[in-house]
Design a protein around this ligand. Structure first.
Ligand SMILES: [Zn+2]
Length: 389
């Protein structure tokens, strides 16, 4: 509570902390002294005396250099690692290729890149106290296990073990990418005016995230939101999950390219290819992407009827599909959703855009030290996730 308060309100005295937290002054003093000794809080000299006179209080501020955190977004094409200070400000980033690499090699490359980033800044391994990871996969957040990522073809990858080399004492949290993106949007993107929101997210595969009353809904095993593998009527196209006719086979970037009449590039540049097609302004491309939006809207209308959210947000590769997809999506939700639920609904793009996944991962790492984030990301409800001592 004290760290959270000092982070939010800047330099404060022990008396102010005691007042704001309803804790006894001696308790506050003891905790503040401990935090100052650990370097989490920094003494900032003395403030103004109160009106009634008396001693001028010592002020404390949060020390953003006290520790660092790492956010890692494992994408289908590229994995991005961001090193951030204790306030969450980015200090360095690195990217490694994911596609067609073995999971152990990708994670080893991330460890090596982080080693270089910390070394360049004169940081020790144990300065990185928490690591947040997100991936387009079914994730077991309790074990930190990537259970299945159809589009990476990864199964049962122990992410925690793979990243131990960064700092074997760091707290490591792993989440599904759509869940991490929606949390990032709520904290820093679309904002907190919509505490009940659903996100539709594309990164070769397709997933959703559901936020209820400002908390990400994980489901019993952490697998909530796998809308990409819900079946559309009449679909026969084989899906990377092993089934046929999944939504993903109609609206993934590969499907979008095929539906515009183009063969997908083989070199992992599918989203660039899609952006170039959209920029060309070709009316056939627009028509096809509007139809993609309508299929996505059918799925979204089920979510809207089930969850009754404030907002439907699209992110990831759906942002590369331009206005046509969004128009089709909105039209389809209006057509097929319950009018009473659709009435007050906002449908919009992710604000953080391509920055959202790694930001979500970084926030996941930061939640180790921030109470407000713990509430949003909801990992506290996963009992065996270790919190730092
Ligand atoms: Zn599937």
């Amino acid at each position: 509570m004290i760290v959270d308060l000092v982070q939010r309100s800047g330099p404060v005295s022990r008396a102010t902390i005691a007042r704001s937290t309803n804790m006894a002054k001696p308790t506050v003093s003891a905790i503040v002294e401990e935090l100052a000794a650990e370097g989490v809080l920094r003494e900032l000299g003395v403030g103004e005396a109160s009106h009634s006179g008396g001693r001028r209080p010592v002020l404390y501020e949060f020390n953003q250099a006290s520790h660092h955190v790492l956010g890692v977004h494992i994408g289908v094409e590229t994995t991005t690692a961001v090193l951030a200070d204790a306030r969450g400000h980015e200090v360095a980033r690195a990217a490694v290729v994911t596609s067609r690499e073995a999971p152990a090699d990708v994670l080893a490359s991330v460890c090596a890149a982080v080693g270089r980033m910390t070394e360049e800044r004169g940081l020790a391994k144990n300065d990185v106290t928490a690591i947040g990871v997100c991936a387009p996969a079914l994730i077991d957040p309790v074990e930190g296990l990537l259970v299945f990522a159809p589009n990476l073809e990864w199964r049962n990858v122990n992410i925690v073990e793979g990243l131990r080399q960064v700092n074997d004492e760091a707290t490591i949290y792993v989440h599904n990418v759509a869940q991490a993106v929606l949390a990032a949007e709520y904290m820093e993107g679309i904002g907190q005016k919509w505490p009940n929101a659903v996100l539709l997210y594309e990164d070769n595969g397709v997933g959703a995230a559901i936020m209820i009353d400002g908390s990400i809904f994980h489901g019993v095993q952490g697998f909530a939101g796998e809308i990409g593998h819900c079946k559309l009527p009449g679909g026969q196209e084989p899906c990377n999950c092993g089934a046929k006719g999944c939504l993903e086979t109609r609206v993934s970037v590969t499907a979008m390219l095929r539906r515009t009449g183009h063969e997908p590039n083989q070199d992992g540049t599918l989203h660039q290819q899609l952006r170039a097609l959209v920029q060309s302004g070709d009316p056939r491309v627009k028509r096809a992407l509007r139809e993609v939006g309508k299929d996505l809207g059918l799925a979204a209308s089920w979510l809207v009827n089930l969850v009754n959210p404030d907002a439907v947000v699209i992110g990831g590769g759906f942002l590369d599909a331009g206005d046509a997809l969004l128009d089709g999506l909105i039209a389809s939700i209006r057509d097929q959703g319950l009018p009473e639920s659709v009435g007050g609904l906002t449908v919009q793009r992710s604000v953080l855009g391509s920055a959202a996944p790694v930001r979500g991962a970084t926030l996941l790492a930061l939640q180790a030290s921030r109470r407000s984030l713990q509430r949003v990301l909801g990992s506290l409800r996963v009992p065996s996730l270790p919190l730092p001592e």
